[in-house]
Write a protein that binds this ligand. Structure first.
Ligand SMILES: Cc1ncc(COP(=O)(O)O)c(C=O)c1O
Length: 382
């Protein structure tokens, strides 16, 4: 292949065309801080699309997770159960409040937390179970909710990658007491680079979530005319999304179906074209359980081992194709060792994470790019 003529990026931030016009409107409105016109429109959209009680736009998914840690009253000594194969923020949000992280192994088929290994990790100190819907494929929520109910602990969904994914018809983020999403530029929908969303499904936490997002003040109630002055009432921080970011996001939500189907088309092309390599046992393709509808957030393949992955990444790079891997398992990171422990044996987390490689996939990716990547993978394995 001629490596001087192609350059296929791993990601391009989604842009549909209306974002600029809405940003201009926001700028001209004279109100660009949080809880503005576009922010409210986006929150209403999510409440109706996802079928949930209250959504709060935040400055990032990391911040939405930090709000979760406050909402469940995380204290030093508490234990939070989660997979080790996840982004650092899933753990950091709780460590910031003094918790110890208890890492549980993943399932090799979905790369999600292994629901059969959670119960053994529960102790009297367990404060919450945090699940991560990897690649937009929802965890086995029936099993997880049953365990959580048995031990009376909340379930928090880190649905950063799972916007518009469903599980038995219900949306990701609505299946636990709290759900968080990311609008980082690498996600299916972005709010101009950084942003997030918190879903508060537990009604009794809605008011407190608004307070935590507003620096610990009851300013939201003040604006609704519920109190005659606003004041400091709780812990909190500055977690609102500004209205310029929300205006960008609104441009994306208007085209949400288009973005969804466009990504799905690329995902399906990868899947169908690479299936023969999967059948021959040369690579493994993603597995989506019947009860899950995924959102084409990511297309990954798994090769034999770390050595093959390193070679394949290099081969693709030499051909102008930027594929990536991610998540050094948190329990093997310096901070993960300091602030957490792995429960049971690491049967799959390290091994499976070393095999995984993500292929370029973004809204508007030319079909020819997808074909070029597929061709390069076939050439590598021939
Ligand atoms: C699983 C998971 N959790 C949390 C985050 C953090 O999201 P943000 O960048 O919006 O803070 C990410 C971002 O990549 C993620 O993939």
């Amino acid at each position: 292949m001629d490596n001087h003529t192609i350059f296929i990026p791993f990601n391009q931030p989604p842009y549909t065309g209306n974002e600029e016009q809405y940003i201009k409107q926001a700028l001209q409105s004279g109100k660009i801080s949080g809880d503005g016109k576009f922010g409210n429109m986006c929150e209403q959209w999510f409440q109706s699309q996802l079928q949930c009680k209250r959504t709060l736009l935040t400055s990032s998914c990391t911040h939405a997770l930090e709000m979760c840690a406050m909402l469940i009253d995380t204290k030093p000594g508490d234990e939070i159960i989660m997979p080790s194969y996840t982004f650092v923020s899933t753990a950091n949000a709780f460590v910031l409040r003094g918790a110890t992280i208890v890492f549980v192994d993943i399932r090799p088929d979905t790369m999600n937390i292994d629901e059969t290994k959670i119960e053994k990790a529960i102790t009297t100190k367990t404060k919450a179970i945090v699940v991560v819907h990897y690649a937009g494929v929802v965890c086995d929520m029936d099993a997880i909710r049953n365990i959580a109910m048995k031990y009376n602990v909340p379930v928090i969904e880190d649905a950063a990658q799972a916007m518009l994914s469903t599980y038995n018809g219900s949306h990701a983020g609505t299946l636990g007491q709290l759900g968080t999403f990311s609008f980082h530029e690498s996600k299916n929908y972005t709010s101009a680079g950084e942003g997030g969303l918190l879903l508060v499904n537990h009604e009794q936490w809605i008011q407190r979530a608004e307070i935590i997002r507003e620096k610990g003040t009851n300013r939201s109630q003040f604006f609704r005319g519920m109190v005659d002055k606003y004041t400091w009432v709780d812990i909190g921080s500055s977690y609102l999304m500004n209205d310029v970011s929300a205006a960008y996001l609104w441009g994306q939500l208007e085209k949400a179906d288009d973005i969804f189907h466009n990504r799905m088309k690329t995902w399906n092309m990868y899947y169908e074209s690479l299936l023969p390599l999967n059948t021959k046992g040369i690579i493994a393709l993603p597995i989506v359980p019947d009860e899950c509808r995924h959102n084409a957030h990511m297309f990954y393949i798994k090769v034999d081992d770390l050595h093959v992955r390193t070679q394949l990444l290099e081969y693709l790079k030499n051909n102008g194709i930027y594929a990536v891997f991610h998540y050094v398992p948190l329990h093997s990171s310096p901070a993960g060792q300091q602030y957490g422990r792995f429960d049971g044996t690491d049967e799959f987390t390290t091994k499976e994470s070393e095999r995984l490689l993500r292929l370029p996939l973004y809204y508007g990716m030319p079909e020819q790019y997808c074909k070029t990547v597929i061709q390069a993978i076939y050439q590598f394995f021939s």
